[in-house]
Write a protein that binds this ligand. Structure first.
Ligand code: GRF
Length: 190
């Protein structure tokens, strides 16, 4: 029953392919999570359409004023009894306040082999530096950007002709598999 599952939220800013894969995973019988809430800082995020279509509670929160935005977000999280937050392409940095309230309960996916290439333009930087491998990492969120404990990481080869675009595309496919696997790993221990 959905009620007995762990209530979770996904935060997005755009396309939402990881949101889709988490949603698909949540529908599995063996999954311990219920995806109850989607939050976006962008009203035109494609993922919001997906949430609406699938009847997931969704909320667009403007970040013009970050303090206000986080107040609204916190209210929504509490109101919906959210226990875990999955960041999936959410382009805003959460304040210490939220990270503290959800200690070890916020998870993120990053398209690089962390601790390498934190932040933006990961694929471009990896290619420019002549790296042989890249990949993606699912990790817990702490107070420092892209620095929390790794849950799962997957490595792939950078091909000779790779551009940031082709590499991003290949890695995204892996991300979409790795995120549910990492969630499964977290909850198999609970
Ligand atoms: C992914 O590459 C993720 O690693 C990064 O932003 C992208 C989001 O993609 N943080 P999507 O919106 O889940 O398709």
């Amino acid at each position: 029953m959905v009620k007995n599952k762990i209530q979770c939220a996904v935060f997005i800013s755009g396309r939402g392919s990881n949101l889709k894969s988490i949603f698909k995973y949540s529908k599995k019988k063996s999954s311990k999570i219920n995806l109850k809430l989607v939050i976006s800082d962008k009203s035109d995020a494609k993922g919001i359409q997906f949430a609406k279509k699938n009847k997931i509670i969704n909320k667009v929160v403007s970040y013009k004023n970050r303090i206000m935005a986080e107040k609204i977000i916190m209210n929504f999280l509490l109101k919906n009894e959210i226990k875990y937050i999955f960041l999936a392409g959410f382009m805003k940095i959460l304040s210490k306040n939220i990270v503290k309230k959800f200690k070890n309960k916020i998870i993120n996916i990053h398209p690089s082999l962390l601790p390498k290439y934190k932040g933006f333009n990961t694929h471009e930087r990896a290619i420019l530096n002549g790296e042989k491998f890249s990949g993606c990492t699912v990790h817990f969120v702490n107070y420092k950007l892209d620095s929390g404990k790794t849950i799962l990481q997957k490595r792939i080869k950078i091909l000779k002709n790779d551009t940031p675009k082709t590499l991003a595309k290949r890695i995204l496919k892996i991300e979409n598999k790795l995120y549910p696997m990492a969630i499964d790993k977290i909850f198999s221990k609970i």
